[in-house]
Design a protein around this ligand. Structure first.
Ligand code: GLV
Length: 328
């Protein structure tokens, strides 16, 4: 261990990644079940050469200052890096690793799990049975929405949006997507590029797949809910703040849309006194888009590989601020 660069890992991660990391660094792992509070994170990272972070850690100027000038690498075990001040890292010549690709299909699977659960009232049905209310077959009870033949709208059509759309073809769905850039026909397949307003008006299921940034914060608010069908279902497996939570509550409460299924919230975790949790037409999971055994292993290994490349002064396999290589 002597002479190895010091790396702080902000949470217990799968052994596959940790072992890879330990081969090239002197690693300290935060042992808590909750993320290290900011003051403890600042103290732990002081003097480290590498920081392996999660979406729950704020990596900002204050943290970079506390780490000190020897910090050479931030490697995040996630694809999204909205918790990290990328400009501040770039200005200090610190490459930031992330884990795209390895979680694409798994996250698309969860978007579909939520879509199907919301459409066919799986969670309602489960609650109904367990609370002893199932007395008979009822022709008018637990009526959901058809998925096959419906229109799916993907807001954001990167890797995950496209993976969600591929699954839709098996359900005979029409697929629309909205994002600033239209894809070449070979990439878009049968999906049609439309303005966001058209997508919101025409879709039965609206699924969010944009990164969180100043342009996408509250992208879905009151004016957008007003465009949606009253039967629409909104699925968010991307980032909570893409949806304005007060507008979401108002839309669900007033029946402006039929249902929302969220894997991410704003704030996160959702507060237990949030009025959203009083609604029957909300399905919610605790930010588990990439949470399978296989995918979390792949993410941890890729985060370790990004870290080791960065520590060796080599180009990372996946760098979220590649412009850093032009400035160092
Ligand atoms: C999880 O939210 C991720 O960005 O990987």
């Amino acid at each position: 261990m002597a002479g190895m660069p010091r790396v702080f890992v902000t949470r217990k991660i799968p052994a596959a990644g940790l072992q890879r990391l330990q081969a090239g660094a002197a690693v300290t792992v935060w042992p808590g079940e909750l993320p290290p509070p900011p003051d403890i994170l600042r103290a732990q990272v002081a003097g480290c050469t590498g920081l392996l972070s999660l979406v729950t850690d704020r990596v900002d100027e204050a943290l970079l200052d506390a780490a000190g000038p020897q910090l050479r690498v931030v490697s995040q075990m996630a694809v999204g890096v909205d918790n990290i001040d990328l400009d501040a890292c770039t200005a200090r010549g610190v490459p930031v690793g992330h884990t795209p690709g390895v979680l694409t299909e798994t996250t698309a699977d969860l978007a579909w799990a939520l879509l199907l659960a919301a459409a066919r009232r799986v969670v309602d049905g489960e609650r109904f049975v367990r609370s002893g209310n199932w007395k008979t077959f009822d022709p008018l009870h637990m009526l959901g929405l058809d998925v096959h033949g419906a229109t799916l709208g993907c807001v954001g059509f990167g890797r995950i949006g496209q993976a969600v759309a591929r699954r839709a073809h098996g359900f005979g769905m029409r697929v629309l997507y909205a994002q600033p850039r239209a894809l070449a026909a070979a990439e878009a397949g049968a999906a049609r590029h439309v303005p966001l307003a058209t997508l919101l008006r025409e879709s039965d299921f609206i699924t969010l797949h944009t990164p969180l940034n100043p342009q996408t914060r509250h992208l879905i608010g009151t004016p957008q809910f007003e465009l949606m069908k009253r039967s629409a279902v909104l699925i968010n497996t991307a980032r909570g703040p893409i949806v304005d939570p007060q507008a979401l509550y108002a839309a669900l409460h007033a029946g402006q849309i039929a249902h929302a299924a969220l894997d991410v919230t704003d704030p996160e975790p959702i507060l237990m006194d949030s009025p959203l949790l009083q609604l029957e037409n909300l399905t919610i999971t605790p930010h588990v888009g990439s949470a399978t055994l296989q995918t979390r292993d792949r993410m941890a290994v890729l985060a370790a590989e990004n870290m080791l490349a960065g520590l060796a002064g080599a180009r990372m396999p996946h760098c979220a601020n590649p412009q850093v290589y032009a400035t160092v």
